[in-house]
Design a protein around this ligand. Structure first.
Ligand code: F6P
Length: 357
């Protein structure tokens, strides 16, 4: 008999349910008897021992369902050692819940912050297996996270829609894409949607170079320009500031997000009409795309196999088109960013896409 605790933590994304279903189906198809403890709303469920007993039936029919049947929340790692408002020691409580329920392991689905806490729990002696989710695709140790391809599809659809209206009106259009501090989602959706300019956090932009590209297109007779801007994009000037000075500057920044600042600068310098579209959380919503359904199911199956093998302390990752086991200590605390000289960036430049650098 194996007692498995399961939780989803951090921002949700598509295919969380598909991944959990993969784990549970694999266990159900083995000879092992299992009990599944589903912790609700992320680490909070583990801290406050808030769980539901789940059976195979609960995981039936959820392959195509977005969100997470367990609910999720953010429990920032930087405050994990601080007691909660009632003085509860979060780490000790999580350990107590685990031991009280006599769990054999925890299956934790999450992104960067989630992995820091998962690794801490491993260091505290708990058996942990993790699965890499996030639309940002910024998790170290895996070439891909589930949720990412579904979000690329949605952000690309947004750019496709903008394309037709931009072409009709001869306007400059900015589509702001999610991704937190990394540009994978913007880069991929930008290329897929045929953006003319892509601004990423990893490649600080010069607004004059952005304008050069718009004017070059004008001269060639293109009536419109599409700019895909990552929510974390940063100008060359701002990139030179210390973290502290940048934070101070942003506190006084009158713009709701970076795209509006880029739009205002273009408008001011060229007199052109610029429109901004922010698809926002739509990018995390809806059904997982077929790629993510297959991908998350494969990772879930491997997590199930690891549990059956009694192999803990790993994230199930994906490297060179193979599902692999990556030690948690290698994953925690690192970001996988777009290298400014990555081949995909070079290829995008060959296609004529400007990065404003
Ligand atoms: O990490 C996933 C993500 O969607 C990022 O792309 C985005 O910056 C962030 O979460 C938004 O967080 P929240 O849902 O807390 O607004």
């Amino acid at each position: 008999m194996k007692r498995i605790g399961m939780l989803t933590s951090g921002g949700d994304c598509q295919a969380l349910n598909a991944a959990m279903r993969g784990v549970v189906k694999t266990l159900a198809n083995s000879r092992e008897k299992v009990e599944i403890y589903g912790f609700l709303d992320g680490y909070r469920g583990l801290i406050y021992s808030n769980f539901q007993m789940l059976t195979g039936k609960d995981f039936s029919g959820i392959l195509t369902k977005g969100g997470t049947i367990l609910g999720t929340s953010r429990t920032p790692f930087k405050t994990i050692h601080e007691p909660d408002e009632n003085g509860v020691d979060k780490v000790e409580s999580m350990k107590q819940t685990y031991h009280k329920l006599q769990l054999d392991c925890l299956v934790i689905l999450g992104g960067n912050g989630t992995h820091k806490t998962a690794n801490l729990l491993r260091e505290e002696g708990l058996n942990v297996v993790t699965l890499p989710k996030t639309i940002d695709n910024d998790l170290w140790g895996t070439d891909m996270t589930f949720g990412f391809q579904s979000a690329v599809n949605i952000a690309t659809d947004a750019i496709d829609c903008i394309h037709t209206t931009a072409a009709s009106h001869g306007r400059v259009f900015i589509v702001e894409v999610m991704g937190h501090k990394v540009g994978w989602l913007t880069l991929n959706a930008g290329m897929a949607g045929g953006a003319d300019i892509i601004l990423l956090p990893e490649i600080p932009y010069d607004i004059d170079k952005v304008i050069d590209k718009i004017e070059e297109r004008d001269k060639k007779g293109s009536r419109f320009t599409i700019i895909a801007v990552a929510e974390g994009a940063i100008s060359k000037e701002d990139a030179k500031l210390s973290k502290k000075d940048y934070k101070k500057k942003m506190e006084k920044n009158p713009y709701p997000s970076v795209s509006y600042e880029v739009a205002a600068k273009i408008q001011e310098k060229t007199g052109r009409e610029v429109r901004v579209t922010v698809p926002g959380h739509m990018q995390r919503g809806g059904s997982p795309c077929p790629y993510d359904r297959v991908f998350a199911s494969r990772l879930g199956a491997e997590a199930g196999r690891m549990i059956l093998d009694g192999e803990y302390g790993f994230m199930v990752g994906y490297k060179n088109r193979e599902v692999v086991r990556v030690p948690l200590e290698e994953v925690a605390g690192k970001l996988k960013m777009v290298a400014p000289d990555a081949t995909i960036v070079q290829e995008a430049k060959l296609l004529g896409i400007s990065f404003g650098d």
